[in-house]
Ligand binder design. Structure first.
Ligand SMILES: [Zn+2]
Length: 313
């Protein structure tokens, strides 16, 4: 059932509406029934979650008898951003993920944020799907803060992602949707995958396997589930950053997702004008190349890659 969860009047004869699709086996209001929320589109230039919403909807509608509980799917928390290829909320010049929990009596964007929180609050689990930007490609991963790790790690391990990045609590932004919901007692997992402005169907499929697996373990899904990957769990200290030392055109030699060893060449920064190589980039560590530069033009200091080093699991 499609519904508008919150709306705000725009300046001239337009309404900003946040829509969700509720797929449920019951009334959707029985407190004993489990409820899962899938949200995406907070950042209008991150589209990987669109595929996940579409496919998950299709699966749930194809096998209604396998669903026990309620799945609420919110494909566009920032529809104006998606419609205008803009990361933030266009006319307010605001990052939507910096205004939560919002305010019922605030300006339009804050009012919308409060409405989103009101609607999701109380769910058993919420999954907030993000993509990378257009510059970097990311392996499917869940990011959690240290102070929520005890609650969220067991859930994150069900999601069929390649790794879980546990951030120091100090680096977690308090005005995000996930932080607000976690503070309110609704376990919320942030998934980050793929690249901005693009859809990587293989990653979407990978996450859907994980979502069905999570639903199975919550008792919400009795259809078949595939075996899921055991993610590597990593703390901040295990991640190495490689930045450009020169400006130019980055040409990768190592491949995203591959294992690399210290000294291995990752790519070069080329100078198209002179035909020279300005810099050869090497791996400082042994591990998995989980982030790799996608957009070729780089400046001194641009992030080129991140490597997930030896880790506990
Ligand atoms: Zn995002």
């Amino acid at each position: 059932m499609e519904e508008t969860i919150v709306s705000a009047q725009l300046a001239v004869d337009e309404t900003l509406e946040i829509r969700k699709n509720r797929v449920t086996s019951g009334s959707g209001t029985n407190p004993k029934e489990k409820r899962l929320c899938i949200v995406t589109g907070t950042h209008g230039d991150e589209l990987e979650g669109q595929y996940v919403c579409w496919q998950l909807n299709r699966i749930l509608h194809q096998y209604p008898e396998r669903l026990h509980g309620t799945v609420d799917i919110y494909p566009a928390l920032n529809p104006l951003g998606i419609n205008t290829m803009t990361r933030g909320i266009p006319m307010f010049d605001l990052d939507m993920n910096r205004i939560f929990p919002g305010s019922e009596s605030g300006a339009a964007a804050e009012y919308i944020a409060a409405g989103i929180i009101r609607d999701i609050k109380g769910a058993d689990v919420c999954i907030d799907i993000h993509a990378s930007n257009i510059y970097l490609r990311e392996l499917p991963q869940v990011r959690v803060s240290e102070d929520t790790a005890d609650t969220l790690l067991p859930l994150a391990k069900l999601l069929n992602v390649d790794f879980v990045w546990v951030h120091a609590a100090a680096t977690v932004l308090e005005s995000t949707l996930a932080h607000s919901l976690n503070t309110l007692g609704t376990p919320t997992l942030v998934v980050e995958m793929g690249v901005g402005m693009r859809i990587t169907e293989a990653y979407g499929q990978q996450l859907i396997v994980g979502i069905l697996n999570l639903m199975h373990s919550l008792g919400m899904w009795d259809g078949p589930v595939e075996a899921v990957r055991q993610p590597v769990i990593s703390r901040d200290g295990k991640v190495s950053f490689i930045n450009a030392g020169a400006s130019g055109v980055f040409l990768p030699t190592a491949r995203h997702h591959n294992r690399v060893v210290p000294g291995q060449q990752l790519g070069v920064i080329a100078d198209p004008l002179s035909g020279e190589i300005r810099e050869v980039l090497h791996s400082p560590a042994k591990g998995t190349l989980f982030t790799l530069r996608e957009y070729p033009i780089v400046y001194e200091g641009s992030l080129i890659a991140r490597i997930l080093g030896e880790a506990e699991s």
